[in-house]
Design a protein around this ligand. Structure first.
Ligand SMILES: *Cc1c(COP(=O)(O)O)cnc(C)c1O
Length: 360
């Protein structure tokens, strides 16, 4: 019997990439594999994607180094740029592409004594106000980068949409795309704008490169749709087993704080999965778990290592039966909305002790 296991379906991953390519036939794919490939396993995912994508993107330098150490020699984009002067030499040696989002980074590049110029994509802020050159900084940063002998010419341009997944913010989204395209006129290098929601909903945001993250993993970026609604297949299925069964009498109280009381005689299943694995403690009573092809409700508080399900008085479920927490047959989008978060957070939060099983 297995405790919590994240089953990673690589043929679903490749199927999703092919689906994405059919949506962006003119663009190259930068596969976003930051945060351990959204909890799916950085190296497993990157190796499976390697033959199908043009480049990878991560947030930070150590993630890019992990890819190199595993033998991935494709282009890797550093979405957050770099944090320290020493990083410039590493980026130069490894040939990474770094986002350059403020003047201080240009100073650091100029101070360095690299002999091999670095690949830089100027990051501009088009409305998120997180990273990137503001409207009045773009020209000066561009001019400095274009004059630099330490940066590969022509430089690239990158930005990020803040409301591409928010249907009632259409105007603000269009404004951001239009501004990016206006600035892009002055750049002959590579351009990269669309995230998953840009790819799916906004063809005007498809530049040379697109950056799919969540949709590669078969998950929807929209609140009101699931991956399968978009023609995608979930890559991760998180499952565990029933490790104990108990007969409850009507009125018996369950779990820490006794927050659930049996409304009738019933059979309670104890599933080996809890918040110590990444199943949120904030899941309310009655959240669905898929057991023997039916959805059964959770009962009582989620513990660190276990949770309870009300299997019903007629249950014939056995110890060792599989319990699917999300994935195939139970969209993680639904689980996320029940606990007030987004699926991105749930898959990222898988804890290190969770087993991995890779399906080819
Ligand atoms: C995480 C991230 C992405 C991918 O976003 P998805 O919504 O998962 O497609 C793209 N670009 C940047 C800058 C990011 O930080």
């Amino acid at each position: 019997m297995k405790s919590v296991t994240a089953v990673i379906n690589l043929s679903a991953l490749v199927g999703n990439i092919n689906q994405i390519k059919s949506w962006v036939p003119q663009s190259k794919i930068v596969a976003v594999v930051k945060a351990n490939a959204y909890g799916h396993g950085l190296i497993t995912v990157a190796k499976a994607l390697d033959p199908h994508v043009d480049a990878f993107a991560v947030a930070r330098l150590p993630e890019a180094m992990e890819l190199r150490a595993a033998g991935i020699d494709k282009q890797v984009v550093l979405l957050e740029g770099f944090l320290n002067d020493e990083d410039v030499a590493v980026i130069s040696e490894q040939g990474f592409i770094t986002a350059i989002h403020d003047m201080e980074q240009i100073d650091a590049i100029e101070r360095s004594n690299i002999s091999k110029p670095i690949n830089g994509w100027l990051k501009i802020d088009i409305g998120m106000h997180r990273l990137g050159a503001s409207r009045d900084e773009v020209a000066a940063m561009k001019a400095r980068l274009e004059a630099s002998t330490k940066v590969v010419q022509p430089i690239g341009l990158i930005s990020h949409l803040s409301v591409a997944d928010t249907p009632n913010m259409e105007d603000y989204n269009q404004e951001q795309i239009a501004y990016f395209n206006e600035i892009a006129q002055g750049f002959s290098g590579e351009k990269c704008l669309a995230n998953s929601a840009g790819i799916y909903s906004w063809p005007q945001s498809h530049t040379h490169y697109v950056r799919p993250g969540i949709i590669m993993y078969g998950i929807s970026p929209y609140d009101d749709k699931t991956g399968p609604d978009l023609g995608l297949k979930p890559v991760m299925t998180l499952k565990s087993s029933i490790i104990a069964l108990r007969k409850l009498k009507k009125g018996d109280r369950v779990g820490y704080g006794a927050t659930w009381t049996a409304p009738r005689d019933t059979i309670l299943g104890i599933v080996a999965a809890g918040y110590g694995d990444g199943y949120p403690r904030t899941m309310p009573n009655g959240s669905p778990v898929l057991i023997n092809n039916r959805l059964v409700p959770t009962a009582g508080r989620v513990c660190m290592d276990m949770l309870f399900v009300d299997l019903g008085p007629d249950s014939t479920d056995k110890i060792g039966d599989e319990a699917i927490l999300w994935g195939d047959g139970l969209p993680v989008e639904r689980i996320a909305s029940l606990c007030g978060t987004i699926p991105y957070e749930l898959v990222c939060r898988i804890m290190p002790r969770v087993n991995t099983e890779v399906l080819n």
